[in-house]
Design a protein around this ligand. Sequence first.
Ligand code: SF4
Length: 681
Amino acid sequence: MRTDTHCPYCALQCGMTLVRQPAGTLAVEARQFATNAGGLCQKGWTAAELLDTPDRVRTPLMRADRDAPLRPVSWAAALDRVAFEIRRLQHAYGPDAVAVFGGGGLTNEKAYLLGKFARVALRTAQIDYNGRFCMSSAAAAGNRAFGVDRGLPFPLSDLAGAGAVLLAGGNLAETMPPLTRHFATLRQRGGVLIVADPRRTATARLADLHLQLTPGSDLALANGLLHLAIRAGHVDQAYVATRTAGWEAVRGAVAEYWPERVERLTGVAVPLLHRAADLLGGPGGYVLTGRGAEQHASGTDTVSAWINLALALGLPGRVGSGYGCVTGQGNGQGGREHGQKADQLPGYRRIDDPAARAHVAAVWGVDADSLPGPGRSAYELLSALGTEGGPKGLLVFGSNPAVSAPRASGIRQRLSTVDFLMVADFVRSETCEYADVVLPTAQWAEEDGTMTNLEGRILRRRRAIQPPEGVRTDLAILSALAARLGHVTGFPAFPETVFDELRAASAGGPADYSGVDYHQPGEAFWPYPAGGAATPRLFLDSFAHPDGLARFVPVRHRPAAEEPCADYPVYLTTGRVLQHYQSGAQTRRVPALARAVPEAYVELHPQLAATHAIRDGQPVRLTTRRGTLTAPARLSEAIRLDTVFVPFHFPGVNDLTNPALDPTSRMPEFKVCAARVEASP
Ligand code: SF4
């Protein structure tokens, strides 16, 4: 039997076919689909192996008290315990005593039902998700510039016809390898690729121009390129006059980013700055941003700086040019649209908007006044667990914050002291080890649902096999818990039923899914209103602000929250490798991927290594103000002399990273902090 579906990992959502083998296992075949054109990366090819991983959780687990081991129990016992603890904590401390933490890999239906469960069944404001760590700065910047946030407001295939693509802070050759086919076509047609990254990554090696900037200087680079674009006459004056507002303030702000100053701030030589501005100033320009631009305490402003550049050149809202943000997690786009975010209701509505509250409350059959308001953002929620006034219990779905949160050792301490922790997952992740109850969930190939990829395209995930006996879907878990809390209706366990309700709840909102057919969503780009049409390209006529104009936002460079000093003299930056995904809870369990990259490593320049007598492969000790990691050295001339890089997919890496938050998006500064490197004794 053959089942057409999509890869479970990143937001490219490559098309694949699962083929049932005689032994009952599944084999993966690549499938022609718009984003991957028949290609898959190693993660996709091996995705089915995780279905039978030896440490898969196949029965609910529970511990009698914090010192007791997790032991198998019946579903009834596990769900009764969760419901009892919710009631106990909320009775003692109020509705916000119980918090919910979701994930950007959850299907649209799960994200939707999780948000509804929190607001209606728990009445808690305390819900957020790991996408806050991943995409929230670009979302905030996109909303303030365009009035709506959709990662790519155009189909990915448009990139193949570009004149120039500038990719700021993304390593797509490792994170989304099939996407680079579009870059290859672009270059065959005479287009150019410009990459801004502190490392000469696999993607930077594909580029015509690599801007190897100092970590944390992205905003200065964008402002400097806009300064040069103005000088060179690349600004599209007619577009700026008719389609934007706020240009003069930005024009004034970037006046102080003359090239020599920008070279000092970024480390990028003046001639390269001129070349980048001129290449991008030609026809068919695209600006793309990734996590490297976002994961800063100034991430929202940094993305705004790149959007300012794109707007000045007249790129967004036209066929054949544009600005987009490359979303990371599998449902990073849909996961942030339907209500698992602290400040949001389904359809990408704001939870503090009275009209949005009234609409969603009517769909849910509750009084709008009963809906809680905005809650804490992800890191603030996790770090408040068990504290005075903070949540006393936490329900985790599809996330592994014990590894993925910044200053993770502090978060693990909070997880170990919170009154009650429930984790729904399909493997015993590091977070499960702190749980009082673990509920085993179905995996991607065992369930139906929809995902929304980085283009805002809604896709069908199709079930190829039944989940193992003893395993339930997240929807079934939410439905059962809601029933135990007195909501015997309103929380269906069937994806299509949930999707129908999501369509109604999203109707009229920025991310309107009301016209999407659950069975044939492949070409459905939102907004797709009932009776209307899909929207593959946004903003062609107007932007989503009431006056139809895009907004320039003046922004200024500010140093990273931690700059190198005498005690911590180098920059630490983190990122991904080809073989692993997010916290590694899934890919570290796939033998071929684990063999290829079995552990974290410290990439550093041979000259930096020589000053500390560090040899390739030797254990090194990497220390920041928050912790120490010992890992083998990997010497590489592809990295700056003042910077070390560690892939973040492994326990311990985020013990080092800085939880300084962006004031708007509340996104942590994963991408840069000050560190000390030394040979391990
Ligand atoms: Fe899966 Fe992303 Fe790899 Fe495609 S690029 S196979 S979606 S991990």
